[in-house]
Design a protein around this ligand. Structure first.
Ligand code: ZN
Length: 150
């Protein structure tokens, strides 16, 4: 298997992805592997496709609707000043949304995250402990469930 996110999905299905939050109809919610932006979350499409228009219309609508629900839950749980949404796919074309909760006291709060991202992802100080990660996962899963009425 060559796609990085298809492998992540296989790990989720095998129960071995520690960042997994919950499964929705069109994708999987995971916390970011590092938490330079507390509450950094991703929504990974179940479809290994690069562009929204590659999805059938009803699936695309559902994917976008669920993406907005995940974003709302991230806002409700982590209370950012502003949420940043990104779906790039230059490195891994399998569609996935990044949600970055941004805060007013960040040193570079008006810039996109990507300059810091490259160094932050390998900084051990941004790796939450198991207990903190579990608390974040539980809070986010409960809020998504509440928003979906499930
Ligand atoms: Zn894939």
């Amino acid at each position: 298997m060559t796609c990085f996110l298809c492998q992540r999905i296989a790990d989720i299905q095998a129960g071995t992805n520690p960042y997994f939050v919950t499964e929705l109809e069109t994708g999987y919610v995971v916390l970011g592997d590092f938490q330079c932006w507390r509450g950094y979350t991703l929504f990974i499409s179940k479809h290994c496709k690069p562009e929204l228009h590659h999805l059938e219309t009803a699936t695309r609508s559902k994917f976008l609707q669920e993406m907005a629900t995940v974003a709302e839950a991230v806002c409700n749980v982590f209370r950012p000043a502003k949420l940043n949404y990104e779906m790039l796919g230059n490195l891994v074309p399998h569609m996935h949304w990044h949600f970055f909760p941004r805060r007013l006291d960040e040193p570079d709060r008006l810039s996109p995250v990507w300059e810091r991202y490259a160094t932050a992802k390998d900084d051990p100080s941004y790796k939450p402990g198991v207990e903190e990660m579990n608390d974040m996962r539980t809070a986010l899963r409960r809020e998504i469930d509440r928003l979906l009425g499930r």
